[in-house]
Ligand binder design. Structure first.
Ligand code: PXL
Length: 271
């Protein structure tokens, strides 16, 4: 059994965070493990406002010991880390256990959440984790933050941001969410391997039920790497995976809707 771990927050509503990651790992036929950094809650009496409850440092370290020392993993991804100690512990375990297939999803804020952006925390993520990442998977907003380009709103700016982010250490940069470019007619994402740009395209799926899409695509890339795919092949397959997942989008309630990673089973791309 090939093992993979997500170091991420739990989304109590189940659409994003480690819940999205585990569902994705399952679809890829992997054994999924978790190190929970925080629990995110949403308030139905307050317009679905997000709450964030960090897991304490001792607890997180004990989870990482369980996973990395106690079991071992072929691949890892990290999602919402939330605290400086979670960033440092992630750096420590990914480097100590020499995890080559590490996908960094530099989650900065949840969609629809009003929690403040923490620039120092994001700088810590960039400084400590980008150099360890095989692939970093920022969306347009995160690419803007990581690169220092204020607003990424064209394919040219995606390329510019990818170059700057690659210089900070990640071996490959995958900028997702190209479907949100102002003039998008297709869902165009960008892969940069330090030399070449590849545009990865799929038809635009017109829905705002995209909760957890970013988590799912980075978990799918990590899953492809765990299965031995090249970065390019893992990204292309992940793009198919997220497109199928979003085809199966549904409403959880009046505020939010996720995709459905299990859509994949209708059209299993491994068989
Ligand atoms: O989609 C970003 C995200 C990541 N991780 C957790 C979340 C969210 C958004 O809600 O709750 C735990």
């Amino acid at each position: 059994m090939v093992k993979i771990v997500t170091i991420a927050g739990s989304d109590a509503s189940g659409g994003a965070g480690l819940e999205a990651d585990l569902k994705t790992f399952e679809e890829y036929g992997l054994y999924g493990m978790t190190a929970v950094t925080l629990i995110a809650t949403m308030d139905p009496d307050n317009n679905w406002a997000h709450g964030v409850f960090p897991i304490d440092e001792k607890n997180l370290k004990a989870q990482l010991e369980t996973v990395f020392k106690g079991v071992g993993a072929t691949a890892a991804k990290s999602g919402m880390l939330g605290t400086f100690y979670a960033v440092e512990l992630t750096r420590e375990y990914i480097s100590t256990y020499k995890i080559k297939n590490y996908v960094l999803d530099p989650v900065m804020v949840c969609k629809g959440s009003d929690e403040a952006l923490n620039p120092e925390l994001n700088q810590s993520i960039a400084g400590k984790l980008l150099p360890l990442a095989k692939v970093v998977t920022p969306n347009l907003f995160e690419a803007g933050q990581l690169s220092g380009i204020k607003e990424v709103s064209s394919i040219e700016q995606m390329k510019e941001a990818a170059k700057i982010i690659a210089e900070k250490g990640s071996a490959n940069v995958f900028i997702k969410g190209g479907s949100k470019l102002p003039d998008a007619t297709e869902a165009v994402d960008l892969l940069y391997d330090g030399n070449n740009f590849e545009l990865i395209k799929k038809p635009l799926i017109k829905t705002n039920r995209t909760h957890g899409a970013g988590c799912t695509v980075s978990a799918a890339i990590a899953s492809g790497l765990a299965r031995g795919l090249s970065v390019y092949d893992a990204v292309v397959l992940a793009k198919k995976f997220i497109s199928q997942s979003l085809e199966g989008n549904f409403a959880l309630n009046e505020w939010v809707g996720p995709g459905n990673p299990a859509e994949w089973r209708k059209n299993n791309l491994f068989s």
